[in-house]
Design a protein. Structure first.
Length: 167
């Protein structure tokens, strides 16, 4: 291989490496995500739902509440009487997003609202960018997630937090 040909091959490689370096240097620090723990048990999932239902009833909100394990598989689900049917799948998808990506779904909603690169999330598979999905932690590890739907995003999140982080 001639030196001239080798130099031509190296220019794109060096260019990509430099671009990668600059992009990482300018991007904000990404907070560390918790690791996965042993998946949530059925009994624990039921207690999370019970605390969530209590919060929803206290505020007279009708909610669909889903609990998934670390793999995003449904462990427990409740739809309160007269909750809109559309909230069933939405609550499951919010829980799945929170479990698989180990962060609240509101973080995706906020990224999209910021525009720019956040818009790419609209096409990312497995992401439901709506507030109301929260990871469930045990000893600092994700053991599952809760997803709530039926009210506004803030109401859904309030009910999810009551279950995921009981007082």
């Amino acid at each position: 291989m001639s030196r001239r040909y080798a130099a031509r091959l190296m220019i794109p490689v060096l260019s990509l490496s430099l671009t990668n370096l600059v992009c990482h240097a300018q991007s904000p620090a990404v907070p560390a995500q918790p690791t996965y723990g042993v998946a949530i048990s059925t009994d624990h999932a039921q207690s999370v739902v019970a605390a969530s239902i209590e919060e929803a009833r206290k505020n007279n909100w009708k909610m669909a509440i889903a609990i998934v394990d670390t793999g995003g598989h449904l462990v427990h689900f409740v739809r309160m009487q007269d909750t809109q049917i559309g909230s069933i799948e939405l609550s499951i998808e919010k829980a799945r997003t929170a479990a698989l990506f180990r962060r609240p779904t509101k973080s995706f909603q906020d990224n999209i609202a910021a525009g720019g690169d956040g818009w790419r999330l609209l096409r990312a598979p497995g992401i439901t960018p709506l507030e109301g999905g929260i990871p469930i932690l045990s000893d600092g590890k994700v053991i599952g997630a809760i997803g709530v739907s039926g009210g506004t995003g803030a109401q859904d999140a309030q009910v999810a937090k009551a279950g995921a982080n009981p007082a």
